[in-house]
Design a protein around this ligand. Sequence first.
Ligand code: G4P
Length: 290
Amino acid sequence: MQQFQWYPGHMTKARRAMQEDIKLVDMVIELVDARVPQASRNPDINTLSQGKSRVIVLNKADLADDRQNKAWAAYYQNQGYHVVMLDARMRSSVKKVQEIIAQAGKAKMERDRRRGILNRPVRAMVAGIPNVGKSTFINTIAGKAAAKTGNKPGVTRGNQWIKLNKSVELLDTPGILWPKFEDQTVGLRLALIGSIRDDIMNITELACQLILFMQEAYPGVLEARYELESAACSNLGEAACILEKIAEFRHCLAKGGAFDMDKAAALLMDDFRSGRLGKITLEIPESEQA
Ligand code: G4P
């Protein structure tokens, strides 16, 4: 996972760089993490992209709840975005991306044609917060073309155009902005998916927060995986008791025979992040909330 240390100066610089890059393109392809499609967006990307064709990629859709993927796709489509659900690691994503870009670029192509401009490619850039899968996406979509650009001696990376087909060119470097932590739940959700380093979050508390969430949104899952009679809990204290039961079931013992809660927490978080607890979405769109 890429790690960034961001200071206000970096943020201003990154924002300015993106502002410059956006001037060069017709289309912004914004990647979000399908498990947290709201918390993994930086609202500045939205502001900077006004007036461009807009694509939202619900990436890591393989780890998120299918029903919620559909709900989020509808939510963003209603706001005028072109949306695609993706596992950016898969070759089969290439076709889906080509299709959505064609769809999103149609209006621009038609505008060009009316003005008598023919064969001018649609130019696009990828943007998103760290760890949503931007590099993976570019590698899968552009493949060898991207690697070639970077490997040519004397060619500095940055502002190189990768030709995806005869009508689309992609900027080789993505726009990266750090998420905004205006709301505490944003930080918590990003920590849960592993986008914030575990050593700056308390892993045991994080695991307890996950247990609380799972009980409410996906009851029965923890019981089945860790053979628990019940994982019912309504506060962090009770969630810690469930974590202790998980420690017992998975034989997480510290020296002296006490339960190793940190180990159990790390194990639970790993099960969740790698999809072993199933496809789970941590946020639901407003339209779905009761
Ligand atoms: P970034 O450029 O936006 O920072 O993200 P990057 O492509 O580096 O991807 C971050 C991690 O997410 C990588 O895991 C990558 O394999 C994984 N990833 C990207 N797209 C998908 C997807 O659609 N589905 C799934 N399941 N995983 C995806 P990694 O290299 O193993 O890093 P990490 O696990 O150490 O974070």
